[in-house]
Design a protein around this ligand. Structure first.
Ligand SMILES: C[S@@+](CC[C@H](N)C(=O)[O-])C[C@H]1O[C@@H](n2cnc3c(N)ncnc32)[C@H](O)[C@@H]1O
Length: 357
């Protein structure tokens, strides 16, 4: 926040900044750059697994690459892969054909092996290497990937249980009011496989009313069966499941629904982490959060936010694994304004807080 020409940081902002700096060596690679490096590596691994890197040792046209892969219907997406990777010098163009730059591929693989900021993403890279490259091929062939298919769900599962996600969720809670959120009703949109509700509950010493929603019954079911071993720091005689806690409830929402089955102005906080860039209707999702929020309620969001409007390697990676895309600061502000949210603050290229008037 800038006040009288001076930079004044709130307690929550200082806490969030310390949490991020202390815990994640990611600031050695600034966050937007880190996101793009992770995305580029995902694309490179996919292309390697599909044999495309070897195939483009010689100059190849998009048509040649397309028929090498077989059955490609999304030539637009295939072209986006090559064009965004070309900007990162992974490919160059010779007479209108793509040729792989092996030295740049090696450079990315060296980064992956050595850079401390990339260590938390090893699970993502392994997921792409073992399974998700097949989902990418399905998408290129015009198919839809089911987000609960083993290829994608396995990556999500391990990713969302990784400490780096926990740090991000806690930083969002720091920015959105910290411990003052105790006793409130919180809507967790895109709650995932259970790690997120547990983080929120632990952060608030279990003193909140938590409504978990997700868009597939398999995910919600997994979430409901998450074991809790301690409550407010005290070990339980035997673990309880999230679904056994009185202050936690669950709703499965049809992803195409215009309206979620939750009453108007019924929650104090809407919390959504790493979901918006995946959903098909981001404006609708934010409007629903705003509708459900009480007056003066807080909206807390974490998603990938890009600097400009241009298609990025991160957008392409999100699409290739069945999601939608990232948004610019302008788009995010517009979504929130259209939904009637104000006091919009965007921090560290990921975290957004706002308030319903
Ligand atoms: C990366 S996970 C994050 C989960 C949770 N917020 C966390 O951090 O643990 C993405 C979430 O978005 C949901 N999701 C992904 N794609 C979706 C889509 N196209 N429509 C609706 N929900 C989607 C998934 O079910 C999943 O819960």
């Amino acid at each position: 926040m800038v006040s009288g020409g001076r930079l004044v940081l709130s307690f929550g902002e200082v806490r969030a900044a310390l949490r991020l700096f202390r815990n994640v060596p990611l600031l050695r690679l600034w966050i937007p750059k880190l996101t793009d490096v992770v995305s580029a590596l995902q694309l490179i691994i996919c292309l390697e697994k599909l044999g495309v890197l070897g195939f483009t040792s010689m100059p190849r046209s998009l048509e040649e690459i397309s028929s090498f892969l077989g059955g490609v219907k999304r030539t637009d997406l295939l072209q986006d892969i090559f064009e965004t990777l070309k900007e990162l010098k992974v490919f160059r163009v010779v007479d209108g054909k793509y040729v792989v730059n092996w030295w740049m591929v090696e450079k990315f693989f060296r980064l992956k092996a050595k850079h401390p900021a990339l260590k938390p993403f090893n699970v993502t890279f392994q997921g792409v290497e073992r399974m998700a490259y097949r989902a990418a091929l399905t998408v290129l062939r015009g198919g839809k990937v089911d987000l609960t298919s083993p290829e994608i769900a396995t990556i999500f599962y391990f990713q969302t249980h990784h400490p780096v996600f926990d740090i991000g969720r806690r930083a969002l809670l720091d920015l959105g009011g910290g411990r003052s959120l105790k006793g409130k009703t919180i809507l967790d949109v895109g709650c995932g496989f259970g790690a997120e509700p547990v983080t929120i509950l632990n952060y608030l010493d279990f003193d909140c009313n938590l409504i978990c929603i997700d868009f597939s019954s398999n995910v919600v079911d997994e979430c409901m069966h998450t074991p809790v071993e301690r409550i407010a720091g005290k070990p339980l005689p035997s673990p309880k499941l999230l679904m056994e806690l009185e202050n936690v409830s669950f709703i499965t929402v049809d992803p195409s629904a215009e309206r979620w089955p939750i009453p108007d102005e019924s929650v104090d906080v809407a919390f959504t982490f790493s979901y918006l860039h995946r959903c098909d209707h981001p404006q609708r999702a934010i409007r629903e959060c705003a509708r459900i929020l009480k007056r003066n309620g807080r909206f807390l969001l974490t998603t990938m936010i890009k600097k400009g409007e241009k298609l990025t390697v991160t957008d392409v990676a999100i699409r290739l694994f069945g999601g939608n895309r990232s948004y610019s600061r302008r788009e995010i502000k517009e979504f929130l304004r259209n939904a009637g949210l104000e006091d919009v603050k965007i921090r560290f290229s990921f975290f957004v807080t706002a308030r319903k008037s």
